[in-house]
Design a protein around this ligand. Structure first.
Ligand SMILES: N[C@@H](CCC(=O)N[C@@H](CS)C(=O)NCC(=O)O)C(=O)O
Length: 229
């Protein structure tokens, strides 16, 4: 039995972030796949928010993907996925925060939106986020990755959404803006990483995974939280 246990769901981009970190660091781990449409009753004891991912290591039980990922970077420092210098660490944390506070809520709300005007408003907001990421994020990087020459938690924080972007196009006709060549090139580099290839699913799975969001019937913890975001 491995030291690290992950409660996860293949379809979940937040859980994918953590699976990518574990793979990039070559950490041996066991996992329990949680059916998010029929969560087992015991899962409430493991996950206070009723969400994946949750990581257990010894007496440590940790939830929230960004917090899990920083924890993993501390307990398995090789290879480091955060810069050493405080200013650069703050820069990395800013982009992780942007993903959590701006980018992914807008993404989910666009899926959930049922009205034409609301969809147009959210599509414009998502486009603005992509353009900001293009110019101030990857566009400011000196290398193929978000922070330069080396992959970091920032890259692994965003990649799962780029993996699923064709599902957003499928349901909402919204993709990566043409004005974002740097993001496009970065996503192509990421998709060649062995870690990313290991966990990638066919597009049909992502389309199926977002169906209840797109038709407005999703009523899990994430849909409820995102409707209020
Ligand atoms: N902020 C959380 C979000 C996790 C999350 O929303 N996970 C979803 C699956 S992608 C989930 O488990 N949802 C349970 C539900 O909707 O009931 C994180 O970063 O870990």
């Amino acid at each position: 039995m491995a030291d690290v246990h992950l409660y996860s769901a293949q379809i979940c981009p937040y859980a994918a972030r953590t699976r990518l970190v574990l793979l990039e660091k070559n950490v041996r781990f066991d996992f329990t796949e949680i059916d998010l449409d029929a969560k087992p009753a015991w899962f409430a004891q493991v996950s206070p928010y009723g969400k994946v991912p949750v990581l257990k290591r010894g007496n440590d039980l940790i939830w929230e993907s960004s917090i899990i990922n920083e924890y993993l970077d501390e307990v398995f420092p090789d290879p480091p996925l955060m810069p050493a210098e405080p200013g650069a660490r703050a820069h990395a944390r800013f982009w992780i925060d942007f993903a959590n506070v701006k980018f992914t809520p807008t993404w989910y709300r666009l899926f959930l939106a049922q009205g034409k005007e609301e969809r147009a408003r959210l599509a414009a907001a998502l486009r603005a986020h992509f353009l900001f990421m293009e110019t101030a994020g990857i566009g400011a990087a000196k290398g193929s990755y978000w922070l330069g020459q080396n992959i970091s938690l920032v890259d692994l924080t965003y990649e799962p959404w780029f993996e699923r972007i064709a599902a957003l196009e499928h349901y909402r006709g919204v993709g990566l803006p043409a004005e974002c060549p740097r993001l496009k090139a970065w996503a192509a580099v990421m998709m060649e990483r062995p870690s990313v290839r290991t966990i990638a699913l066919p597009l049909e799975n992502y389309i199926a995974g977002y169906r209840s969001y797109a038709d407005g019937t999703a009523d899990g913890a994430t849909a409820r939280d995102m409707r209020q975001a």
